[in-house]
Design a binder for this molecule. Sequence first.
Ligand code: AMP
Ligand code: GLY
Length: 437
Amino acid sequence: MPKPTPIETPTNVLIIGPGGREHALGWKLKQSSKVKKVFFAPGNGGTAQIGQNVPLNCDTVSTKLVDEINYFCRDHKVGMIVIGPEDPLAGGLADRLAKPGRHVFGPTKDGARLEADKAYAKDLMRACRIPTADAKTFKNHEQAVAYVENRETPVVVKASGLAKGKGAIVTKNTEEALDALRRCMVDKEFGEAGETVVVEERLVGQEVSILALVDGRNIFVLDPSQDHKQQGEGDTGPNTGGMGVYCPTPLIDDKMMATIEREVLVPTVDALRRDGIDFKGVLYAGLMLTAGGPKVLEYNTRFGDPETQTLMMRMKGDLYDVLAACCEGRLDEADLTFTNTTCVCVCMCSGGYPGPYEKGKTITGIEVAEEDQDVKVFHAGTKLEKNGDLVTAGGRVLNVCAFGKTLKEARDKANAACDKINFDGAFFRRDIGFRVM
Ligand code: AMP
Ligand code: GLY
């Protein structure tokens, strides 16, 4: 593959995706002297305030979408495209947008398969002896049932394909496991994504998110963070897209990070390279810290949401330079460090989330919350109405981030900021970081 050449700067950037991750990336990119204007497709109410939203739904990759993005980039002199979410990556959007004179940040379809096909990811881990939960893959419901009935220990049933983060069902006993298999394979609750199912051993321990930039060859590991997937305080209630994150997490010290890099990240990138995959983007390993060491729960092939919000808050230096270095295969030259503060991100959600919820509720108080210099509010699911009103437009509405010298200080500030913000039905978890406090 020819080495991509640098793009003439300053240039315009297009960020694909609708949420808080994209708002945070755009906010950081806008601070670069190399970036003139940031466009978001489709963006949200927050991104509309720092750049320009382009009304394109990028979840499903089609020739029409690719043409529309290409025309837009030509007309608006876009030199870099950053793809946020997994669906367009898995659909091959990065492959189809690749062109000389333009950087596309995000892996190609064969790289994104690591996230979009859990059965494939398991095979890769097994082949490279990467520590992960024991698992077996099934396409046939009866065989999966027989396997589960013969197991003594609890399992996790996972739809192999992309299921908006909801395809992993953690079960306590055989009855629940059989019910999960029925939901995936008989009721087809996750559609095609659940036609193949991975049944794996249920691990216990603390979960951490390890995100690394990869330029095809070099790996740059970002500070570790801990997400909170469950809706309720004390990790109770249903799984969500993530209720809050703090970064860095003291659960990972330098020695543990070196182990993770050596046992997980390096062999993964090596395996991709052996398969001829030039992975450029973020490799995100969701790990369980078990008594037997860190084990991979899943790979994602994109920036985590809301992990990225805390990383962008703490990142020093120029994000454009870092992403360009990644696209140009010279990540070893990138200047990337983080502040020594802790950042907490609390997700303010719509009442009912992750179940059904109402939209269109007026949001107030963001400016008041941001009067504290250590607070920044990213928008996850909001919409700016024509009259200038900001209203809710999703389950996770706002990502309220705050710095602190300690985790407790950061959390207190983030919670205090949330208390200043109002919309009908709003709720959030006040206990982000409780597992290490
Ligand atoms: P995944 O989509 O694979 O990341 O799974 C979503 C969530 O399910 C994870 O964040 C964990 O909380 C939980 N989970 C996944 N795999 C396992 C496992 N093998 N053991 C225990 N919990 C798991
Ligand atoms: N924070 C979890 C994810 O991005 O998948």
